[in-house]
Write a protein that binds this ligand. Sequence first.
Ligand SMILES: *[C@@H]1O[C@H](CO)[C@@H](O)[C@H](O)[C@H]1NC(C)=O
Ligand SMILES: *[C@@H]1O[C@H](CO)[C@@H](O)[C@H](O)[C@H]1NC(C)=O
Length: 530
Amino acid sequence: MRVIFTGLVVLLLYLGYILQPFSLGREHPVSIPLESKGHQYGHQQTLSLPSTAHTQNSPGTGQSAVRHLDCSIDRKHLSSVQQRYGLEDKFRYLKRYIRFHRKPELERKSMTQIPHPFLASEFRTIDIRKEQPKIKCDAPLELDVSDSGFPFTVDASMFMFGVSTTYARLLHADTTPIEEWLFWLTDGYGHSNGAKLILTLLDANDTQLQEVANLLCDAGVDVDVYHSESSMEMAVRYLSLIPTLYNHSQATEKSWLVLCDDDTFFPFMHKLVERFQTYDSSVPTYIGTLSEDVFSVERHGSHAFGGGGIFLSRSLAGIITDLFDSCTTRDKVHESDTGWGPQGDILLRKCIYENTDVRLKTIWDLWQLDITGDAAGFYEWGKQPLSVHHYRGGDWTNAKPVEFTKIAYICGEDCILQRFMTQDGFLISGHSVSYYPDGTGFDWDMVERTMDAMPQDKGWNLDFMFGPQRPSLSRTGKKVAWDLQESQLGEDGSVRQTYTRRWDDWRWMYPDDSPMSNLDGILELIWIPV
Ligand SMILES: *[C@@H]1O[C@H](CO)[C@@H](O)[C@H](O)[C@H]1NC(C)=O
Ligand SMILES: *[C@@H]1O[C@H](CO)[C@@H](O)[C@H](O)[C@H]1NC(C)=O
């Protein structure tokens, strides 16, 4: 499945530099700059829409089609990676096959120790401008995983999701959730997973609504698309999703009506379904999560924060539908403004709390992720978050859920964000591959405090949700990581994950500001079934 982002232009100017290869040892590499280097990046992205966005291969059944391992250097591909992620012509490169064994008796652990080294061969220095010698593959790293479900085994028919966004956001390359929806609303092969999506769009005419509906339906999303009333206050528009969902002809078949943002992602759909089976949807029920930032709760109040997903039983949605007019008066909208403009999720809490005895039930595995800076600590934690949010950068953090969840198509849902620590100090987490040159003696149950709170970080804002956190390893010289950039499901039933690292990444510096490596890096993991 591919949405192809085209038109990415990267200009790399000639680098007058003598480069010392990245050494995984502890000595500081030496760089001798001869001239100043000038990087210029011109990014222009346009979205080309997926029609039936999926590859033709059959669902992952554990049948291996990968007959031979290929470690020859694909210059065309690597040169495209190098250019798209702004890497220099010369970089350190490693391609590593990982062969997973799905074992029925195995349980997913937060951290799995692998009694083998990650590195069988060293990283190689590649100059992409030059011909490369042929390389022999090392034997794959062997891993055992549980036999968890695949995206095509999800039955999410208990849910009806409601999202309100704008036409422009929906189709802009930087903000489009379409490929994300293909993961958590379809089986990955062009059919719905049973979940219904109600999408309301602002600033779209009928032609555009139809275009969006066709696009999503062709890709397998069971969706109805509606106009959104631009005359309404944003917070009221948000609340009006509830009557829209509740009045829908299919609502009676659903247990849970769910409000979420266009940057809410559900990585573990089997787990989400399992969790909601434990609640009684026949009674009025309001489920969600708080902000992770204690000051955000102080500022806005104690309610389900919208980005983590707000789950209403159908009966509660019916009560809110009846109360809709009295809950959205001018006064109520005014009261839902805590200084950041009227908020829909506050308006919803007030509607429920002021009119019923229903109170919030929390699921701490849903995440609003009101954090900024580097989210690595969270995604490298080995957890199975039921929702994630705020991963598209800007004021918040960056992560690539579409890319880190593709492994589920062949390895099963449990393989998403699963941690494997090798004998030689490499941690594979799916968000990144990280290396700890001074050893791995950290408390791996604790979150690494790579992220910050915003706007006011007292150091302990996040403790009530994350627990106390271990100090960040950025700029200590004790950690270096390659970040996941992209992931492709191959025709042969393999998944290729491409991770990159820039030598000048502010995180991978020694305390004296010298870089841990003078060369950029590309690391490819090719996951193959037994
Ligand atoms: C809808 O908007 C698009 C883009 O502005 C325009 O090209 C098209 O003619 C409009 N269609 C209708 C029916 O108004
Ligand atoms: C939902 O149905 C109720 C009762 O039939 C009606 O009063 C209300 O206008 C409807 N709302 C929407 C958004 O369709």
